[in-house]
Design a binder for this molecule. Structure first.
Ligand SMILES: Nc1ncnc2c1ncn2[C@@H]1O[C@H](COP(=O)(O)OP(=O)(O)OP(=O)(O)O)[C@@H](O)[C@H]1O
Ligand SMILES: O=c1ccn([C@@H]2O[C@H](COP(=O)(O)O)[C@@H](O)[C@H]2O)c(=O)[nH]1
Length: 240
């Protein structure tokens, strides 16, 4: 196993990936496939916290570029993550996995508010807790929300399933000659300004000594592969 002593993980899934082959929104078939992978992780004996991004629906920064007020756009982005969380909850419950959604922005008719002790109890009971609405604050991302919840819930690792298969020395979508790191320290990610994850998220993980594993969620079976220590990924770890 990649992280032999792991009991509790936080899996952060890219929102962008939820749109599957569609250009926007949620592809239910794709969400169902992801739900199977999340179930496998849980069935392997781990306690699983889940965070899903919102990039398939809305990003505040993109709204701001088109003239929308930034904080309004960010709240819209956070609401997008709640929609994705509900879609994932539905897919997981369809295959018999008990879940709870907790939102950083209270919306009691829709889901639970985030209450750490309550989330703890859900995990003890074998439920998957999906943390929605990021940190609840504008100017952040769901990566930072994931790092924050991982620290609060004392997760042993943060697994970031995204559209690239690891951390490269430069953006692999822009540079064909980009090279992937097998492992890299938090400090190197920060000092080289590598954009695979935002700096606030990396700093939080560094301060709380939470290893980050970056891998591609586009390939079927990769969550199990990563947990088994197989496949392609980058581990972001402690400074030497
Ligand atoms: N050095 C780098 N190594 C790897 N990826 C990088 C690097 N620099 C930039 N990237 C980009 O980072 C992106 C992954 O992070 P991003 O935050 O955009 O996605 P996400 O968090 O998975 O998506 P979402 O916002 O939908 O949840 C990739 O699209 C990749 O092109
Ligand atoms: O704590 C947070 C988390 C997210 N946002 C806004 O939501 C979108 C979608 O999240 P991604 O991490 O990009 O998938 C993000 O672009 C922000 O606009 C936020 O404001 N605060």
């Amino acid at each position: 196993m990649l992280l032999p002593d792991s009991k509790r993980i936080l899996l952060k899934l890219s929102g962008e990936v939820l749109m599957g082959n569609e250009g926007f929104g949620i592809d239910p078939e794709y969400v169902a496939r992801l739900a199977e992978e999340v179930k496998q992780a849980k069935d392997s004996g781990l306690e699983v916290c889940l965070v899903i991004g919102g990039g398939n629906i809305f990003r505040g920064i993109a709204g701001a570029a088109k003239g929308l007020e930034r904080t309004t756009g960010d709240y819209m982005g956070m609401l997008a993550t709640v929609m994705n969380a509900l879609a994932m909850q539905s897919a997981l419950e369809k295959i018999g996995v008990a879940t709870r959604v907790q939102s950083a922005i209270p919306m009691n008719a829709v889901c639970e508010p985030y209450i750490r002790r309550r989330a703890e109890r859900h995990l003890e009971k074998g439920r998957i807790v999906i943390f929605a609405a990021g940190t609840g604050n504008p100017f952040f991302t769901t990566d930072t929300g994931a790092a924050l919840r991982a620290a609060e819930m004392k997760c042993d690792a943060l697994l970031k399933g995204t559209s690239v298969d690891g951390v490269y020395n430069k953006d692999p979508k822009r540079f064909d000659d980009a090279e992937r790191h097998e492992t890299i320290t938090y400090s190197k990610v920060l000092s080289d300004n590598l954009k695979v994850m935002d700096a606030a998220a990396v700093s939080l993980c560094r301060e709380n000594d939470i290893p980050i594993v970056v891998f591609s969620i586009r390939e079927k079976g990769n969550v199990a592969r990563v947990l088994a220590g197989e496949g392609v990924q980058t581990i972001v770890r402690k400074d030497d």
